[in-house]
Design a protein around this ligand. Structure first.
Ligand SMILES: [Zn+2]
Length: 269
């Protein structure tokens, strides 16, 4: 694990990259911050988490780090003890953690609950949606540390690396670590409700777009040509043919749209 800091003092803000070793976009964003060394108004901790997995370009060495929290100093796995070390570093920090996917090119945020912090910060990020995953939080970083995760784009793409850079700077601006203003946008909020499993097969297909409603009765995916039909309508999230070993992705419901309100200094009644 690599730990660095911008500014002096005890950080209450952290940026984490490389929780998954096959998602290099966030590492690029952190390295760029370390090269540029911008003047910060609050200290920021910068962490590259799973360096061993990044070096081997694999998701993890022994187990998925983002299912291993809070971890333990006596853990038998690389990620089990790394999770514990990461939690020690992040204690007391609002954390921004970058990921990438095989399912969706446009950046979106993932949170463990629609907290006041999430409602304030996430609409200031260049994302198209906020996904609340509290039903599936077990072992994830944000089950232990106050964290906003972002999916920066398609794994390994140049665009994901550029998005990671833009997202990090927007986050640091939103929390007043970097000077300047952010742009607030209306933000739809989705809650994950179900895992969409897939059977063992040679070929997988997905027929639907993430964040676009699938109607009841529609066929949305297939394993070896065997089509899966929606019992009820849902929004697909993190759906891809080959992104995960045994699931296509998740079903979500749309719970809210956070509307941009007038600026704080505007008078209202
Ligand atoms: Zn990831």
């Amino acid at each position: 694990m690599r730990v660095a800091q911008l500014g002096s003092g005890t950080p209450e803000i952290a940026v984490v990259a490389g929780v998954h070793g096959d998602e290099p976009c966030g590492v690029r964003a952190v390295e760029r911050l370390l090269d540029d060394r911008p003047t910060v108004e609050r200290p920021v901790k910068l962490i590259v988490a799973n360096e061993d997995a990044l070096e081997r370009q694999v998701r993890f060495i022994d187990e998925d780090l983002n299912r291993a929290f809070p971890g333990s100093p006596d853990a038998k796995t690389h990620e089990g003890s790394l999770a514990h070390e990461l939690v020690s570093e992040l204690e007391g920090c609002l954390t921004f953690s970058m990921h990438s996917t095989q399912s969706h090119a446009d950046p979106f945020a993932i949170v463990n609950g629609v907290s006041e912090t999430a409602t304030d910060v996430v609409p200031q990020l260049p994302v198209t949606a906020m996904v609340e995953t509290s039903n599936f939080a077990d072992g994830r970083l944000f089950s232990t540390i106050d964290t906003i995760e972002v999916e920066c784009g398609l794994q390994g793409s140049e665009t994901a690396a550029e998005n990671a850079d833009r997202l990090t700077r927007a986050f640091l601006t939103a929390v007043d670590a970097l000077p300047g203003d952010t742009v607030r946008r209306d933000l739809p909020v989705y809650r994950l409700t179900d895992v969409i499993r897939k059977d063992q097969a040679d070929t997988y297909e997905v027929f639907v777009e993430n964040f676009t409603a699938v109607e009841a009765g529609a066929s949305f995916a297939a394993a070896d040509g065997d089509e899966q039909v929606a019992d009820e309508s849902f929004y697909p999230v993190l759906m891809s043919p080959n992104g995960y070993r045994d699931v296509f992705g998740y079903a979500a419901e749309k719970v809210d749209v956070i509307e941009t309100t007038a600026s704080a200094d505007a008078t209202s009644d």
